[in-house]
Design a protein. Structure first.
Length: 212
């Protein structure tokens, strides 16, 4: 599902970014799991339920479960919402004696480019999507508040068996060697109620260590 991108940092010089590699020899497959699912590579944990959200699917987009997506639904008619959390290898930086600030700049460039790709995917899938918010913000979590890229869209789509206006968020954070993407959807007319539930979900979710 994802691609690997590398930056080469030569002393204090940022080299050019290489093209993403998107060739795959496998198809996404469901992962059969009972109880808590642990993504062994990152050690991120996904319980069967979190703050009323029920886990509905675990999907492997790789040959070794290094690239996965975990879907949760909140089946509450007063505040319905759907969240999918994707965990996959982040773009890498190769350094030859470069200062930390140069490496940090390279990583930030990778993250920004990757988030643009995520946004392009949303607009391609929903040509009429309206961008409402695009910024950086602190993702509130019980352990810490990592900086995340955020984009919020509105578009017409089917949700809970009905075609309606849907609000859809995309968040991206980097945790060590991992990118974590949140895709969140809810009916626009119930956004206020559903938003509180989504925030509780994110606050309760255990993120992998920042040095993983």
């Amino acid at each position: 599902m994802r691609w690997s991108i590398r930056f080469l940092v030569l002393s204090a010089i940022l080299a050019s970014m290489l093209s993403p590699n998107v060739a795959y020899s496998f198809q996404p497959r469901p992962v059969s799991t009972h109880g808590e699912y642990v993504h062994s590579a990152s050690q991120m944990r996904f319980p069967e339920s979190i703050e009323g959200f029920v886990r509905v699917a675990v999907t492997d987009y790789s040959a070794d479960e290094s690239d996965i997506g975990v879907g949760y639904n909140l089946n509450d008619a007063s505040r319905p919402a759907a969240v999918t959390v994707y965990v996959y290898p982040a773009g890498e930086v190769t350094s030859f004696g470069s200062p930390p600030e140069i490496i940090a700049t390279a990583l930030a460039g990778l993250d920004s480019q990757h988030f643009r790709a995520i946004q392009n995917d949303i607009v391609t899938a929903h040509p009429g999507a309206i961008l409402l918010i695009e910024d950086r913000f602190s993702l509130q979590n019980s352990i810490e508040s990592p900086q995340a890229y955020r984009a919020k869209y509105k578009y017409m789509d089917a949700f809970a068996g009905m075609r309606r206006q849907v609000v859809s968020d995309a968040y991206l954070i980097r945790r060590g060697n991992w990118w974590i993407t949140f895709r969140i959807s809810m009916p626009a007319e119930q956004e206020a109620q559903a938003r509180q539930a989504v925030e509780a979900f994110i606050n309760a979710l255990q993120l992998p260590p920042s040095n993983s």
